[in-house]
Write a protein that binds this ligand. Structure first.
Ligand code: CTP
Length: 399
């Protein structure tokens, strides 16, 4: 962490006292830290403490009152190698998610080119409120990292989820982040994500419940490790991650996804097939909308779609790594091992719909990994999809 530039954003919650320890850990590890505090944050911790420890004046206002000196959030956003918002209150999270730029912390966040880590801290009811959940989802969709709060005793005396993660843990998160940052530098990674839609007629399709979240999380993580990412995404409502190293190719059907993959695969060092590709498509999509009374159909003829993973597996170059997913409802290991062999994969990420919190649409997942040489990881436990993405890329790097 030596010489790294860290912007530490502190908002107004009781957990602000823990930010002092976090700041000390960063400084001791050799990082340069610029503290940006919200007006409410100053009610909880004094700028004097923070500037003494960081060796830099704390920034809170847009101007220094007596000199009129303008604090440039743009410069600060560019200076940062990473921005850490800890504690992030419900209000600051809402402002960050919705671009309410009424303080230096949020304006700096909006100008930051660097990865941003957010450590929420609030009471359990605020944490569980749908607006907080939605705002955190939005922040995730922008590619930010959420450092999940712990469950435990809260300042209110209530017990539940909302206690800011301990400074040591936040510090480790950032240290690990810098550690893995360059690990995929110079590598090209192809990722498929989301469902495919197979047209029946201009208004109807065959599809599935995939939201693309897992593939998007892998794309963000790969880009942050320095890879150049081609993200081939089926139709989804979640926004694809925005990162200069991610090239998003939007497709609709399995045939379009195959074409995009065949274009990118020859160059790719790693291909990760996280899409839920429809296995069949209507043999003859209708050109006009099928009318209930006049066209009255009883069935739709289907033809098999190409297997994209197997196609890439058959053309795999020496040294190229191909990774598949298996989302199963039963007999997960056996089905996954069979897919690994059939598609010539190097490893397969297995998740089961039988596990609560795993699979489609959730923000969490529970996986294990089966390798071509027969090795198997233990189950990784229920984690955020961002953390699962890290586990998957760590496993691929170890290949
Ligand atoms: N896959 C693919 N192209 C397809 C079908 C699947 O690339 N036409 C990839 C998926 O992205 C995933 C892996 O293959 O990485 C397994 O997908 P899955 O749908 O579970 O496999 P299938 O072979 O279609 O088996 P199933 O009979 O369970 O649907």
């Amino acid at each position: 962490m030596k010489g790294k530039h860290i912007v530490l954003g502190i908002s107004g919650g009781i957990a602000a006292y823990k930010s002092v320890s976090l700041l000390r850990l960063f400084v001791k590890a050799g990082a340069e830290v610029q503290v940006v505090i919200t007006p409410n944050g100053k009610q909880f911790i004094t700028p004097v403490t923070l500037s003494s420890l960081s060796g830099k004046p704390v920034i809170s206002e847009f101007f220094t009152a007596n000199t009129g000196e303008w604090h440039s959030h743009v410069d600060l956003g560019l200076w940062a190698d990473v921005m850490v918002v800890a504690p992030a209150t419900a209000s600051t999270i809402a402002k960050m998610a919705n671009g309410v730029a009424d303080n230096m912390l949020v304006t700096t966040y909006l100008s930051a080119k660097a990865p941003v880590f957010v450590a929420p801290a609030m009471d359990l009811d605020m944490m569980a409120h749908p607006s907080t959940t939605r705002n955190l989802d939005l922040l995730r969709s922008y590619g930010n990292h959420i450092i999940e709060p712990e469950s435990g005793e809260l300042a209110s005396g209530l017990v539940g989820k909302g206690r800011m993660e301990e400074p040591e843990k936040i510090f480790e998160c950032i240290r690990d982040f810098f550690h893995t940052r360059e690990s995929l530098k110079g590598k090209k990674v192809l990722i498929t994500a989301g469902p495919t839609y197979e047209r029946i007629d201009p208004v109807r399709f065959i599809g599935n419940f995939s939201t693309g979240k897992m593939g998007f999380a892998i794309a963000s993580e790969a880009a942050e490790r320095g890879a150049e990412v081609t993200l081939v995404s089926g139709p989804v409502s979640v926004e694809a991650p925005r990162h200069p190293a991610i090239n998003v190719v939007k497709v609709e059907s399995a045939l379009e996804m195959l074409a995009a993959c065949e274009k990118a695969a020859p160059e790719a060092d790693i291909a990760i097939m996280a899409a839920a590709v429809a296995d069949y498509r209507p043999a003859q999509p209708h050109e006009r909308k099928i009318k209930r009374e006049t066209d009255g159909i009883d069935s739709i003829d289907l033809v098999k779609n190409p297997d994209i993973a197997a196609t890439l597996g058959a053309a795999k170059r020496p040294g190229q790594k191909l990774v598949g997913f298996a989302l199963e409802t039963d007999n997960a290991d056996a089905h996954a091992a069979d897919k690994l062999r059939r598609k010539n994969l190097d490893c397969i990420v297995v998740n089961s719909l039988a596990d609560k919190g795993a699979g489609f649409g959730t923000d969490t997942n529970k996986i294990k990994i089966i390798y071509a040489d027969g090795r198997q990881s233990d189950s990784f436990g229920l984690k955020s999809k961002a953390d699962v993405a890290r586990d998957i890329l760590d496993a691929i790097e170890n290949l």
